[in-house]
Structure formats: structure tokens, C-alpha cells
Design a protein. Structure first.
Length: 205
């Protein structure tokens, strides 16, 4: 992995929020999926972690966004934790994977990563978490990759075009969307490798 993406380790992220403004709207769910590469250069899912977060003090929650994601922010069964605690735990998990992979930094993978990265960066800044493992602006966006590979840009349609199962009942959950985005990303990377005869492997120079 440390050579496949120039020292960067792809980590799939999905967030659920109270709107589209990373500075003002609540960050309510964060899910991360780490990936692994076998000796033949095949990319697959490694580990998953997700946390439900309590809205930060003064956070805005737009009614339209809350209707879409269906989240009750203060429901006791959410087992939500303070934003700082949840982000810190996810960051520690990613840094552990970085150490194991030999990579120098994580690079975010997501579907419309501009939003995900902006909320993660805003949350890290708000919580004064100095060890944000992600590259501050570079990402892999599966919107562009799926548009190239399958002619689709909506996550559900892209996933199904790739031959991956999609369940609408579980959509708009950060954990589920991150998992499906990870499967999509691996599918596209592995398909490109096979189609183009890429001979890269973990043993190559």
C-alpha cells in the first residue's frame, strides 16, 4: 500500500450532517473504512469504524436535511458521543492503520468528497484535534471515478452499475454508505488494473 498510491493510504469516509455548511451545521455521523492490498495488488476492505456524534454547541440542523437522513440527534439509542471524542477515536484508528501500512498520510475516498472533507476538517479544527490524518485537500472522489467507469454519478446507481448489492432501506446511514463507497472504489481500482494489464504488485519496485 505504501507504494501503490505514492505513500498515501486511501480511507473511505462518509458523514451525515444537519446541512451543507461545515462551519455551522451539525456533524452527526462519521464512518471510516480502511483498505488493504494483497500481494497481487488487489484492493479490498480491511476494517470499519463508525460513531454517532452529538451536535456541537450552537450547531444548526436544517429541517430538510434532518428529514432526509432521518436522524433524531438526541435519541438515547443512538449512543452518541461528543464530537471531539468520536473524531479523536476515528483518527486514532486511522493513524494505527497508517502505521501498519507504512504510509505517510491518509487520503480521503468518498462520494462527493468536498462535503465530507470540509466537515471532517471543520470538526477537527473546532475540537482542536491537531493530528488530523487526512491530506488537507487531495481526495479520491468516486463520483468522478464512477462517471468514468460506469457513466453513473449517483451513489446508488453507481453501486448497482458495478454489480454491487444496494439496499435503499439502509441508505443515508454513514456506516452503510461508507461501506458501499468502499466496495465501489475497490471495484473500480481492481477493474482498471485488470483491464489495463497493470502488473504492479507488492513485490514490484
Amino acid at each position: 500500500m505504501s507504494r501503490r498510491f505514492r505513500g498515501f493510504m486511501p480511507v473511505v469516509i462518509d458523514v451525515e450532517t444537519g446541512g451543507f455548511n461545515a462551519k455551522k451545521d451539525a456533524l452527526l455521523e462519521v464512518a471510516a473504512v480502511t483498505l488493504k492490498l494483497d500481494e497481487n495488488g488487489i484492493l479490498s476492505i480491511d476494517e470499519q469504524i463508525s460513531r454517532h456524534l452529538l451536535p456541537f454547541e450552537g450547531a444548526n440542523m436544517d429541517p430538510k436535511s434532518m428529514e432526509v437522513n432521518g436522524i433524531d440527534p438526541y435519541h438515547p439509542f443512538r449512543m452518541a458521543v461528543p464530537e471531539k471524542d468520536g473524531l479523536a477515536e476515528i483518527f486514532r484508528h486511522i493513524r494505527g492503520s497508517l502505521k501498519n501500512s507504512g504510509c505517510k498520510r491518509a487520503i480521503m475516498v468518498g462520494h462527493n468528497t468536498t462535503m465530507d472533507l470540509s466537515f471532517i476538517n471543520a470538526g477537527a479544527e473546532r475540537c482542536k484535534l491537531n493530528r488530523n490524518p487526512f491530506h488537507p485537500f487531495s481526495t479520491f472522489d468516486t463520483v468522478s471515478l464512477a462517471g468514468l467507469a460506469y457513466g453513473q454519478t449517483v451513489l446508488s446507481r453507481s453501486v448497482q452499475a458495478a454489480g454491487i448489492e444496494w439496499d435503499n432501506e439502509h441508505a443515508h446511514s454513514a456506516a452503510y454508505d461508507a461501506l458501499k463507497t468502499a466496495e465501489l472504489f475497490c471495484n473500480i481500482i481492481n477493474r482498471w488494473r485488470k483491464t489495463n494489464g497493470l502488473v504492479w504488485s507488492a513485490k514490484s519496485d
